[in-house]
Write a protein that binds this ligand. Structure first.
Ligand SMILES: Cc1cc2nc3c(=O)[nH]c(=O)nc-3n(C[C@H](O)[C@H](O)[C@H](O)COP(=O)(O)O)c2cc1C
Length: 212
């Protein structure tokens, strides 16, 4: 165990999040913050934690890459038969969290999950490097492997059978999270952080400040 983690303290002092400065549309604020993360060249700026829960309400979380976003939804790609895929079938709601420590910012988004139309998944699949496409097609994500060799042998035999010429398998594709709630968090001094939550009321986005 690392003994000193209780003593670790980082003061957040970079920025403030004030009601008068923010856009009433959370998608606009997300876009502005996401651009800051990209412009700062943060490694994996599009990485986020996706939390799902099964039908018993037991949660699980993992890092995924955000691959597209618009006011329609926030998209990621994965194996539909994976653990997360099974949980999303049972309970099509999820939460996403982005954390950019260098910017002292966190964004949380919650909402319903829908599979992307197959054409959208086809398009993105074909844009991926061939090695990633092959891995998606061959790896039975979240199932138990005997050993590493089992996976590598499966990749080799797929390669000799299909070469570089194969289509997206039905079990792999995209989802979009359709936001119902956003929270923008800006670290401030002495843990008096700014938290602005957006929610929908009467078909409009509204925001309110939450205690840190
Ligand atoms: C930086 C990073 C990016 C990742 N991106 C993805 C991704 O876009 N899609 C994906 O299926 N898994 C991705 N993974 C792997 C997942 O974290 C996870 O191991 C996998 O999806 C299986 O999760 P599950 O068993 O909960 O379904 C990524 C992992 C890391 C660390």
């Amino acid at each position: 165990m690392q003994k000193d983690i209780q003593k670790r303290r980082h003061e957040y002092t970079l920025k403030q999040l004030n009601e008068q400065d923010i856009d009433p549309n959370p998608f606009v604020l997300f876009d502005a913050w996401f651009k800051l993360a990209l412009d700062a060249n943060l490694p994996d700026a599009n990485a986020m934690t996706l939390a799902t829960a099964n039908s018993e309400g037991k949660p699980s979380a993992r890092i995924l890459l955000l691959k597209d976003y618009s006011e329609e939804g926030y998209c990621f790609f994965t194996n539909y038969n994976s653990r997360k895929g099974k949980e999303l079938k049972q309970n099509p709601y999820a939460a996403m969290v982005f954390f950019w420590p260098q910017l002292e910012k966190q964004i949380r988004i919650e909402g319903q999950i829908k599979q992307l139309p197959p054409e959208h998944s086809d398009r993105y699949f074909m844009e991926r490097p061939v090695g990633s496409r092959r891995a998606a097609a061959v790896s039975p994500q979240s199932t138990i492997l005997k050993n590493r060799a089992e996976l590598e042998t499966a990749i080799e035999s797929f390669k000799s059978k299909f070469g570089d010429d194969f289509q997206r398998p039905d079990f792999w594709g995209g989802y979009q999270l359709i936001p119902e709630k956003f929270e923008f968090w800006q670290g401030r001094e002495s843990r008096l952080n700014d938290r602005i939550e957006y929610f929908r009321e009467d078909n409009k986005w509204k925001f309110q400040r939450l205690a840190p």
